[in-house]
Ligand binder design. Structure first.
Ligand code: FNR
Length: 335
């Protein structure tokens, strides 16, 4: 392994894991605007271990494709190899390891989701369900750490008391993880409840590994503010990035309409799943306008990337990309 490229978790601005949003085009978009580290959406280990690795020559990507369904479960490319983190949803150490081993050659680090409060996660013993099972956390993280040559991290939520959160963080630190992300909300909190940054302060004070602060970062200035307030090393942002990925620009946000168009272009370039592109564009619209207005209704009616391209006047770009891909596919292969 090239040790000079091992991910350093200090002083980083990080795109948070977001289901349906954090696919390759969105990660590349965030990185273009200045994100240092970009997380994938959570991928459940059961699903990842059903995949095989495939080089996609025409897109110049590495795809992890589910056997049987042919669904692309994770797509990445060499440009993001040293900054992309795959987040795994798991409740079992050996399954987590099998999933991580499949992708570890192509990514910078593996993260374990220990914060998702959705019933789908909890019922499967994943996400926030892990927070009450320290032995299982220890088993999963030490197994990953022992067997992988890339960094392993996890993302937790606050527990009901500061003491409990600190004890958990210290136990996690002992497993040898490279960093710990703390979403400053408790499991029962809703996204609209204010993030409790003091919970992060307690953890940052109690451990020596980098702490990644997460929760209620809305503007570029908040990156420094949350670090100053909490003593965390790095900062992770989710919703504000989904609404306008140019939050990572030191010079200030760009108009969201421009960011949305750039996202669509990147979705076309990387042949993103149209359902995910549509979902992400709808999230952007919901924040800045309303889905009941004509634009929202038109996006809702789209089924394919071609539909979305027509809607936003990007049909020439779409056509050119398709032609380039066909051209590439027809080129004689080097022997
Ligand atoms: C999330 N979040 C999340 N967290 C996680 O660990 N894995 C995931 O896959 C997801 N998926 C996800 C999807 C969407 C659409 C949102 C809005 C959020 C939670 C997210 O990473 C973050 O912890 C919280 O949103 C708090 O950060 P912000 O939004 O206050 O910056």
């Amino acid at each position: 392994m090239n040790t000079t490229m091992v991910l350093d978790y200090r002083n980083k601005h990080i795109l948070a894991p977001m289901v349906r949003v954090g696919t390759l085009p969105f990660r590349m978009l965030a990185a273009d605007y200045g994100a240092d580290i970009t997380y994938s959406e959570e991928i459940v280990d059961h699903k990842l271990i059903k995949c095989y690795r495939k080089i996609n020559e025409s897109l110049q990507t590495v795809d992890f494709v589910e056997k049987g369904t042919n669904e692309v479960v994770f797509r990445t490319c060499s440009a993001e190899k040293y900054r992309v983190v795959v987040q795994i949803g798991t409740s079992d150490a050996s399954r987590a390891l099998a999933a991580a081993e499949l992708v570890c050659r192509d990514v910078a680090a593996i993260d374990v989701n220990m914060g998702c409060p959705k019933s789908f996660s909890i019922c499967g013993g994943m996400g926030a369900a892990l927070l009450s099972k320290p032995e299982l956390i220890n088993d999963i993280l030490t197994t990953l750490k022992r067997n992988l040559s890339i960094p392993v991290t996890c993302k937790i939520r606050l527990l009901n008391t500061c003491e409990a959160t600190v004890a958990l963080a210290q136990m996690i630190e002992k497993t040898g993880v490279a960093a710990i992300a703390v979403h400053a909300r408790k499991v029962a909190d809703r996204p609209r409840d204010p993030a409790q940054w003091d919970g992060i302060t307690e953890v940052a004070y109690a451990v020596s590994i980098p702490v990644i602060a997460n929760g209620d970062v809305f503007d570029y200035d908040d990156f420094q503010r949350i670090k100053t307030v909490t003593g965390a090393s790095s900062v992770m942002v989710a919703r504000a990035a989904m609404q306008n990925a140019s939050i990572f620009r030191a010079k200030g946000k760009l108009p969201w309409e421009d960011v949305k168009r750039e996202y669509l272009r990147k979705s076309i370039l990387w042949d993103n799943d149209p359902k995910r592109t549509k979902y992400t564009i709808k999230q952007m619209i919901m924040e800045h306008s309303c889905l009941e207005l004509p634009e929202g209704k038109s996006v809702n009616a789209c089924r394919t990337l071609a539909d979305l391209s027509r809607l936003y006047g990007e049909q020439d770009y779409h056509k050119n990309i398709l032609e380039e891909r066909t051209h590439l596919n027809n080129e004689p292969q080097a022997t």
